[in-house]
Design a protein around this ligand. Sequence first.
Ligand code: PEP
Ligand code: CO
Length: 460
Amino acid sequence: MTAMDGNWSPMSWKQHVALQQVVYDDDDAVREAVQRLRMFPPLVTSWGIERLKVLMAEAAEGRRFFLQGGACAEMLSDCRPDIITNKLKILLQMSLVITHGLKKPVIRVGRLAGQYAKPRSCDTETIGDVTLPSYRGDLINRCEFTAQARRPDPHRMIDAYQHAALTLNFIRSLTETGFADLHHPEYWDLAFLKKDHVAQEVREKYEAMATELSEALRFMEALGDRSVEDLSRVDFYCSHEALNLLYESAQTRTVPRRAAYYDLTTHMPWIGDRTRDPNGAHVEFMRGISNPIGIKVGPSIKPSELRELLDILDPDSVPGRITLITRFGADRVEDCLPKLIDVVRSTEHKVVWVCDPMHGNTTQTSTGQKTRNFNEILRELDTCINVHKAKYGYLCGVHFELTGEHVTECIGGASGVSECDLDLQYTTKCDPRLNWEQALEMAFLIAERLGSTPLRNGTL
Ligand code: PEP
Ligand code: CO
């Protein structure tokens, strides 16, 4: 690994320009927080990370499908049993639907247990004649619009770490014992499909998919197949944007008998679209760690810049080392994606191509509320699938901002959230998320589009 090249250390990023970093006003408190973080046991192990690397190499080859989802800005107050259970449940349900439709295993990765730091387009926020620092996620400051809440507090790194540990502890106990009811889609609350405004053919299509899935699972159970057991003891991985480099580097270390550094705050850190400058601190930090790495790729990237990033971050061309999470906006995919596919193909790098159809499709309502339209999200996904296919490749995975709750943040889908519903349950502190009905519907649509077997009733 490059980590061993002598120029890299967990702190070498300090010699580079770090965008989106906060300025804490108490150096002693920062030192103390970082020192405490260094002493804590890790949140994940190198074994888990190495296992995910094997799976990601298979995803790059199209042998597994990658599903990543969770909140835009996870909050410390999300560390509650119901919220964690619901989030895990929707991700597992989506993965079952996709596994069944695509006939290939799904790698499940939550945006959670650390998705607490947010890049912002503006350093400050002004309401009336008051200007305060922007909210940068619960790892940094608090969302309330007061000077005290918005002051970056280094101790929040410790709080965030501890909440991430509690979240992971609960997720591990759930995934070890299994959610039995997940095996029976008839127990899933699909009532939203029965609403009057849902077209009959759509309803029939989803019901047919759900029935087929139940039958397949029951058949496996009847056979006493081990794989049902496997379905209840699921592998689950975590990920977050590695934005606050003090937090990430404090838990970056070597482990016994492995000659490599790992960021042990998460299995899969990613670099945001705003911090992927090849000469910047985030890229410098990420090049030295052995985790599989995500890079968010928006319309502003140039093919030459992508090539440079890949050469820096994946010098040994390890299949699956890099996941490119593209997020162009439905209208920009055809313009942006083909040239990036071409440039990657002209190198030795074997990346995992993932579509994030959320971040390029954020709009504002007339009252200034941020939202996203289900159909536009689907359109970006469709266009991505088609572009990959036209280039003789394939989409390896998807990335969503979603929640297991009944929020009303994105418009559309069979559950019928309209613009005037947005105020009913709008709880995100950052970007709008699919609610669980919209997320499940999206999984059905992914299965439909990428699935290899047509449905029995021939509706597809
Ligand atoms: C995000 O994933 O919440 C985000 C900020 O994405 P991007 O870096 O793609 O803008
Ligand atoms: Co977001």
